[in-house]
Ligand binder design. Structure first.
Ligand code: FRU
Length: 507
């Protein structure tokens, strides 16, 4: 939230938007079936994602006093599979040190923090305190890092009496600590967003932090402030690489907020990227603040906020605002001289899909209506497409009201795209753009796409996750019809459709 924080808070306060108002009429038609939303009120970034004793904990930026961004709390939800969520009491409330901004959580197995008593393993949350008073008088010292710990597996949290543990050295944007155990140095490593770069800090006990290095002042995209970073290893062909995620707002490839990343080496103190090409974990307009789960085993699991700061405060849902993406599993792939991050739906997501209807050898020249043949009557569905010879095409999901959402491939531009221009309500913000594009990053002849549609969102994973795109939209009726269009003609070896059903937790 580059300058957005002061500007947003000030303008909202000025217009009275932060005051308690009666929410507009409820919009259950846009409540996702299998994406996390709070029952009511405002949500932004996922925070403190940690897997512990069989449970996924999701904390999130939450304002329980209204449906627009406001004094930040950490909301809390738990799940056995990152899809069926149980809302929990708010974990962290603002206090005299400030609002509770984004951060992470770790399992302090060796009790390095000393918070554990009698052999208990503490969960420790590391977050940013944003002091709304200092923001006005001395903004360079308004963001500092604090700790809270839980001794009952994440149920209740106690703030550390010695907070803050890492004070701003005089940087306005000094936030969003992502902490992990650094096996190389046998210390904790904090990856922190510090305005236009990342600063790494090290600590033996989570309480005392020393600066290790900086990265990025001259690297990557700088159209906005750097926020919500993450650093983790992934292997490719038996070799370990380090991925540095840097969320940025604004300056994304389709405007507003987006998630960029770097692939490189990390020697325990310093990050060095392999190349200088700017890369994006998701090219669509509506994935932001995405980071990965801590302690989740060999998979590297990612979750993002499914909105964009350009219009998040105006989206027409009620009584809640914003959802998270589906959980995604990250990987690496080499294409030419570059190594890219791949994102695929986590295996758990496909377990919510019913048995698919699969059509083989679907030749499309002009327009083909597949609604009846694909059988699925629900707009909440998974569609997959594969072809041995990719050509320009459009997949159109629509309704009887004439609304349609188009996902396709533009062969001339070598771009995938999502066009929500005619997909329903758009008048809530001029910044809610129609068409977004993403490069195709492989030269392979064939292609595959997996698309997850919920009540008001689509997530596209193309070329085995090499290109991901997320977009939200607000149709007046569910988009239940499916057509394929192609002017040059394309044959899909396979087209499949399956309803995605949210099963209650425990099933
Ligand atoms: C990103 C962000 C973070 C900040 C939080 C405040 O969306 O701006 O940098 O900690 O939101 O809610």
């Amino acid at each position: 939230m580059k300058k957005l924080l002061p500007t947003l808070a000030a303008s909202l306060l000025a217009t009275g938007a932060l005051a308690q108002t009666t929410p507009p009429p409820a919009t259950p038609q846009w409540r996702p079936a299998y994406h996390f939303t709070p029952a009511a009120h405002w949500m932004n970034d996922p925070n403190g994602m940690v897997f512990y004793q069989g449970t996924y904990h999701l904390f999130y930026q939450y304002y329980p006093g209204g449906m627009v961004w406001g004094p930040m709390h950490w909301g809390h939800a738990t799940s056995p599979d990152m899809l069926r969520w149980q809302q929990q009491p708010i974990a962290l409330y603002p206090d005299h040190l400030g609002y509770i901004f984004s951060g992470s959580a770790v399992v302090d197995k060796q009790n390095t923090s000393g918070f554990g008593k009698n052999g208990q393993v503490p969960l420790v949350a590391v977050f940013t305190y944003h002091d709304p008073k200092l923001e006005k008088t001395d903004p360079a010292h308004g963001q500092n890092q604090g700790l809270a710990y839980s001794l009952d597996a994440g149920k209740t949290w106690t703030k550390y009496a010695g907070n803050p543990v890492l004070k701003s050295p005089g940087i306005v944007d000094f936030r969003d600590p992502k902490v992990t155990w650094n096996a190389q140095t046998k210390q904790w490593l904090m990856t922190l967003a510090t305005k236009d770069r990342i600063t790494f800090y090290a600590s033996p006990n989570l309480k005392d932090w020393t600066k290790a290095s900086e990265f990025g002042e001259q690297r990557g995209a700088h159209g906005g402030v750097w926020e919500c970073p993450d650093l983790f290893p992934l292997t490719l062909n038996g070799k370990t690489y380090w991925v540095l995620i840097v969320n940025i707002n604004p300056g994304g490839p389709n405007g507003g907020s987006a998630t960029q990343y770097f692939v490189g080496q990390f020697d325990g103190r310093t990050f060095t990227p392999l190349t200088d090409k700017t890369k994006w974990a998701d090219y669509g307009p509506d994935e932001y603040a995405g980071v990965t789960w801590e302690n989740a085993g060999p998979r590297r699991l990612f979750l993002g906020w499914m909105s964009n700061w350009e219009y998040a405060n105006q989206v027409p849902t009620s009584p809640w605002r914003s959802a998270m993406t589906i959980p995604r599993e990250l990987g690496l792939r080499q294409e030419g001289a570059e190594i890219y991050l791949t994102s695929q739906p986590a295996a758990e997501v496909s377990r919510l899909a019913t048995a698919p209807t699969t059509l083989a050898n679907v030749a499309v020249k002009g327009s083909v209506d597949l609604t009846t043949r694909l059988k699925t009557t629900s707009a909440k569905r998974r569609l997959t497409l594969s072809t041995r010879q990719l050509a320009g095409f459009e997949l159109v999901v629509g309704n009887a009201a004439g609304e349609e959402l188009v996902v396709g491939y533009d062969a001339q531009a070598r771009q995938y795209f999502i066009d929500r221009s005619k997909a329903g309500k758009r008048d809530f913000s001029p910044k809610f753009t129609g068409r977004s594009t993403a490069p195709r990053l492989t030269t392979a002849a064939g292609a595959d796409l997996t698309l997850y549609f919920d009540a008001a969102s689509v997530e596209v994973f193309a070329d085995h996750g090499l290109t991901a795109m997320t977009a939200i939209y607000f149709p007046t009726k569910p988009l239940t019809t499916v057509r394929l269009r192609s002017a040059p003609g394309v044959t899909f070896a396979q087209v499949s459709s399956a309803a995605v059903v949210a099963k209650p937790a425990g099933k």
